[in-house]
Design a protein around this ligand. Structure first.
Ligand SMILES: [Zn+2]
Length: 403
């Protein structure tokens, strides 16, 4: 294919609808086999056939195609069954296509390669001060890390099936344009023009990728939840029935700019008293009388652990502000739970008590549970890489064309 892939077709994202033709049917069945083996494997052909309700012959044809494309592999004979010859157990391949995830943070860059089994096989992280730095040098540095990870993944027999980049800002529905990333100082930036055109590309909001990681990789994630994450800004993602809610322009989830006190301090967004002015990392540091620097969360957690009164009070107040801002979202959407992810997860012990009591006090009926993500600050990076993996599971035929 000569045209850059992300111009030629939509990125390999989850949930792409396949046409309702015989070819579409075959592709859907390939996806069902991949999803079944991914969720429950290792499985024999017969077990796959019974799970998806197709004949064993039909499943064998699909499986052979997936093995030829390098997406499934045989692990050798299963233990003998009572009837018939022993089947060979099928597993999702630990070689072949991989999801490349990348994250642009305010003070770090990270890239990883994840195989189809969901394991991170290569990773590169660099601390860099990206605030108010132009997109070109930041993305040039990110490309170095991408090259490094792709080379390392290649040594492990993996090739990129796509690249997904998490950014702390608003991303247009074209999944390539950063409309506004206030903490980076970026505006209307077409990241696709700066990134390699070799692979399908998805640019997305970091809170959205964090929520997807929670949904796909978290322990017993609910189908309806709000995922709140913070770095300097505060982002949220809304997951409804297992899918992200994007909103009209793709900007849904801007919890950081929900007003907590309508007459509060001015916010760069143009509003006043936004949540970010009370619960963003820098706001909490200011309230605690500390200087913003590197490892802000580590500093706050260490001081709170030592019993520093000012830090504990600042975190308590941040929890209260989060509770007020979340009240509106919880009353409006009635989620199963609120999940604190990203950097906020590390401060949960000091945020949760006031957050929970504020939410309980202000919401109707039983209080919405607030839980802490087990994925921690890597959630957005893992979610980005896994979104590419999901794209492969959802349409394996598209990926074998890329190979
Ligand atoms: Zn604001």
């Amino acid at each position: 294919m000569s045209a850059p892939l992300h111009h030629a077709r939509p990125a390999a994202g989850p949930g792409r609808a396949l046409p309702d033709t015989q070819q579409g049917m075959r592709r859907r069945n390939l996806a069902r086999v991949m999803h079944t083996v991914s969720a429950e494997g290792p499985l024999s052909r017969a077990a796959v056939a019974s799970r998806i309700g197709l004949t064993r012959a039909a499943v064998s044809t699909l499986v052979d195609e997936l093995i030829r494309s390098g997406l499934l592999e045989e692990l050798g004979p299963e233990r003998p069954r009572r009837v018939g010859r022993p089947g060979s157990a099928l597993a999702v391949s630990g070689h072949g296509p991989a999801g490349i995830g990348a994250e642009v943070g305010v003070d770090h860059l990270a890239v990883c390669a994840m195989d189809l089994r969901g394991e991170v096989r290569a990773r590169a992280v660099r601390q860099t001060a990206n605030r108010d730095r132009a997109p070109e040098p930041v993305i040039a540095e990110l490309r170095e890390l991408i090259d490094q990870v792709v080379t390392e993944a290649d040594g492990a027999g993996l090739w990129p099936a796509g690249l997904a980049v998490a950014v702390p800002g608003l991303v247009a529905r074209d999944a390539r344009t950063v409309v506004r990333a206030p903490n980076l100082g970026w505006q209307d930036t077409d990241l696709a023009a700066l990134l390699p055109a070799r692979w399908p590309l998805t640019v997305g909001n970091e809170a959205n990728f964090g929520a997807l990681a929670e949904l796909w990789l978290g322990k017993e994630a609910p189908r309806d939840f709000l995922h709140v994450s913070a770095e300097i800004g505060i982002g949220a993602a809304v997951v409804v029935d297992g899918r992200l809610l994007y909103g009209n322009r793709g900007f849904a989830g801007e919890l950081g700019h929900v007003p907590v006190h309508p007459d509060g301090p001015a916010c760069p967004c143009g509003g006043r008293g936004c949540l970010e002015q009370y619960a963003g990392e820098e706001a909490v540091l200011r309230a605690a009388g500390l200087e913003p620097g590197e490892d802000r969360v580590g500093l706050l957690a260490a001081r709170a652990e030592q019993g520093d009164r000012a830090v504990r009070d600042a975190l308590r107040d941040a929890g209260t502000a989060l509770g007020i801002a979340l009240t509106g979202a919880v009353n409006l959407l009635d989620p199963q739970s609120v999940v604190l992810g990203g950097a906020l997860a590390g401060l949960a012990p000091w945020l949760l008590p006031s957050l929970r009591s504020e939410l309980a006090r202000r919401t109707a009926g039983p209080a919405c549970p607030v839980t802490v993500s087990s994925l921690g600050p890597e959630g957005p990076l893992l979610g980005a890489a896994h979104s590419v993996v999901r794209g492969v599971l959802d349409d394996p035929a598209a990926v074998s064309e890329l190979a």
